[in-house]
Design a protein around this ligand. Structure first.
Ligand code: HEC
Ligand code: HEC
Length: 335
């Protein structure tokens, strides 16, 4: 037995010597593929986060995704990075029509008109291959990226699919669940709504304001498409994708989490402020053929809230701001 160990020891020393002296050993021979599972902090009061089996979340994958998100190398001409338009302090949006990146791990449809509906990986594939037209050879020639890809996926060839997987992993870590709303209802009961917030909450979640039908649930979106009565001649919306005239004017319901940070509002950024949005729902509704049946007061032009009710509804919407999300260092630029 002893002899056997000696043999092992001696041969591994020899192998070590050989590796040191052999010029043909390229640095990539020493890369290690041993990804560490990433501990996703999914809030207890959120729905289950579904993660595709072929893209488990790992430390290495999330790191790579974060690099790709912030590095202009991802863009064909290095003109911009994702973060040029998706700015953390604005909940990863910027004016005027950019959609924020927040809790997208739970999202089923992407883009205002629902052009991408096959999951987060697929949405990211579109972003790198079609929108950014990433030049993969530049990633291949970079001093670090080939190793990052190997460490994340065990692959030596960089592809759009792998870049998309890494970005999707990073996006899944972009979880916002620490607004005043969360703390009051799901926290340790040390915070309470003001009277105005409480009243606004009631308006939001009852027939009085009727907001919850579409912006309901803990994610503050039903992940569906609606025509919320913006125009008598609505823009195409989902119809641009399906060709179905019944889909005209139907847009993705945006989450209202962090809504105070993400103006201007609507798919075309037509409203600068939340006051304007509330005025719209109160007395600016327009009839058209495809208006959603849930917009019950459209024949009256809106809900006709009092000034007090409007300001209470606004106070409630402001409780959806999560300031820890926009300062979370793990989501900030790695550079
Ligand atoms: C030039 C500004 C700009 C840059 C840069 C940019 N985006 Fe966007 N992004 C937008 C706009 C505008 C929208 C909404 C477009 C629409 O719906 O038609 C959007 C929407 C999205 C959405 C859909 C979100 C949702 O809830 O439906 C995803 C996902 C996304 N971007 C990811 C990325 C990624 C990943 C990158 C980098 C590879 C990136 N974006 C770079 C402007 C940008
Ligand atoms: C029938 C479904 C529906 C109802 C009911 C509804 N909304 Fe919306 N909401 C939407 C859709 C869809 C959009 C995006 C429309 C667009 O951009 O064309 C939207 C957009 C918004 C926006 C802008 C979000 C952004 O990121 O630009 C705010 C704020 C908003 N709604 C608040 C409310 C409030 C407050 C109520 C209740 C008074 C309400 N909504 C009722 C479906 C609805």
């Amino acid at each position: 037995m002893k002899q056997f160990y000696f043999f092992l020891l001696a041969s591994s020393m020899l192998a070590g010597l050989a590796a040191c002296t052999d010029d043909t050993v390229a640095p990539e021979d020493n890369w290690v593929y041993a990804p560490t599972p990433y501990q996703l902090q999914v809030p207890a009061h959120f729905p289950i986060l579904e993660i595709p089996e072929d893209n488990p979340t790992t430390e290495e994958g999330v790191w790579l995704g974060r690099m790709l998100y912030y590095d202009p190398i991802t863009h064909a001409d290095s003109a911009k990075s994702c973060a040029t338009c998706h700015v953390q302090e604005h909940s990863f949006t910027s004016d005027p029509t950019v959609i924020p990146h927040i809790n997208l791990g739970w999202s089923k449809n992407f883009l205002w008109n629902g052009k991408l509906q096959n999951g987060l990986e697929d949405a990211m594939l579109f972003e790198v291959s079609e929108f950014f037209k990433t030049d993969l050879s530049r990633l291949e020639q970079h001093p670090d990226y080939p190793r990052y890809f190997y460490e994340a996926f065990g692959e030596r060839t960089i592809t759009y699919e792998l870049a998309a997987k890494a970005l999707a992993q990073f996006e899944r870590t972009m979880i916002s669940a620490n607004s005043k709303y969360d703390r009051v209802l799901y926290g340790d009961q040390t915070e309470f709504f003001t009277d105005a917030e409480l009243n606004g909450w009631e308006i939001f979640f009852t027939e009085k304001g009727d907001c919850f039908h579409c912006h309901g649930g803990i994610l503050f979106t039903d992940n569906d498409f609606h025509n919320n009565a913006l125009d008598t001649e609505p823009d195409d919306g989902l119809m641009a994708i399906t060709g179905n005239p019944l889909d005209k004017g139907r847009f993705k319901t945006p989450t209202l989490r962090n809504i105070a940070l993400t103006g201007p509002y609507m798919h075309d950024g037509r409203y600068e402020t939340l006051e304007e949005v509330i005025d719209f729902y109160s007395e600016g509704l327009k009839r058209s053929d495809t208006v959603d049946p849930l917009m019950k007061s459209v024949h009256l032009g809106g809900k006709h809230l009092t000034e007090q009710e409007k300001s209470d509804l606004l106070a409630f919407l402001l409780t959806l701001t999560d300031s820890t999300y926009i300062t979370n260092k793990n989501l900030a630029s790695p550079f």
